[in-house]
Design a protein. Structure first.
Length: 309
């Protein structure tokens, strides 16, 4: 049974993809494909893989997690599954940790090394979606502020821009933690609004299309953010304008976009053999091993999909 990790990242339409997979569970199972979303991964099956404080030490927690996971995987195999997609963006960490550290996914390597061990090295493929950095941080910030995080100051925003950690470093950490695993990178700008194409890139099957255009988990707009801030006694006037919130100034956005362009160039050039860049060449052409192609930033942008999730 192939085991495919769908790692997210957050704010790259993962919730929409997971909804699509649940809506098509029966059709996928008929082709031998199962999908474990957060409703499975956060219901105890991975408990102890990332140790928590308690009566048991990390080794004991891991041993129990490995046994629990082995039983669940054997059940999936007996049920006739030949491919299992494990989709949970929290496997690579939480956005709040990124905000606290002002860096993309600190500690991702250690987390995934533990997950690799928990699966007894049986992972065959890992899939990571990446997104233009200014849009990613803006979406993370909007979602955090709506949930009670304070509004970022000028210094906070500058640290996000100058933190020095790009998708390239995240990808390198993931590749190191998952040795000999096929690591596929999906640009959000191509795949955000097409969960069926994303699944085809993961599995190579004839994908169903039911619920393929449901958009969930979108970042709140400025009106929603002002309401949330005002409700908790904050200063909503610090969020002027209409439409989407853009906390970065023009120079900061340009710097973040340049970093993302460098990441895409590195990926298109082969990513030092660490990962493959999967790019859509048509609505039905994303197979198990889609071709790698050079891109330009002007061709990458899709106004409809750039801000999904």
């Amino acid at each position: 049974m192939e085991i495919i990790l769908h790692l997210g990242a957050h704010r790259t339409a993962t919730t929409s993809f997971q909804h699509y997979a649940r809506a098509n569970a029966a059709a996928l199972a008929s082709q031998g494909v199962g999908v474990w979303g957060p409703e499975v991964t956060r219901d105890g099956v991975l408990s102890g893989v990332i140790p928590v404080k308690g009566a048991q030490g990390p080794s004991a927690q891991m041993a129990r997690a490995r046994g629990r996971l082995a039983l669940r995987l054997e059940g999936a195999r007996v049920a006739g599954l030949t491919r299992l997609v494990v989709s949970d963006e929290n496997m690579i960490g939480a956005p709040r940790r990124c905000l606290r550290a002002a860096r993309l996914y600190p500690g991702v390597g250690e987390r995934l090394a533990r997950i690799f061990h928990a699966f007894d090295g049986r992972i065959t493929c890992a899939v990571l979606s990446i997104r233009e950095l200014d849009a990613w941080w803006e979406s993370v910030l909007a979602y955090a502020v709506a949930r009670g995080h304070r509004l970022p100051g000028a210094g906070d925003l500058d640290r996000l821009v100058t933190g020095g950690r790009r998708w390239r470093e995240v990808i390198s950490d993931v590749a190191c933690a998952l040795p000999d695993v096929d690591l596929v990178i999906l640009p959000h700008e191509h795949y955000a609004s097409r969960p069926e194409t994303r699944l085809a890139a993961m599995t190579g099957i004839d994908v169903p299309r039911r619920a393929a255009r449901v958009w969930l988990g979108r970042a709140p707009d400025l009106a929603s953010l002002r309401h949330a801030v005002a409700q908790r006694g904050g200063e909503a006037s610090h969020l002027p304008g209409e439409g989407r919130w853009q906390p970065f100034d023009a120079a900061q956005r340009a710097a973040l976009r340049e970093s993302y362009a460098d990441d895409l160039f590195w990926l298109a050039a082969g990513a030092d053999g660490l990962a493959r860049l999967a790019e859509e060449t048509g609505p039905d052409q994303a197979g198990r091993h889609p071709p790698t192609a050079q891109t330009t930033r002007g061709q990458d942008h899709d106004i409809e999909t750039r801000h999904l999730a």
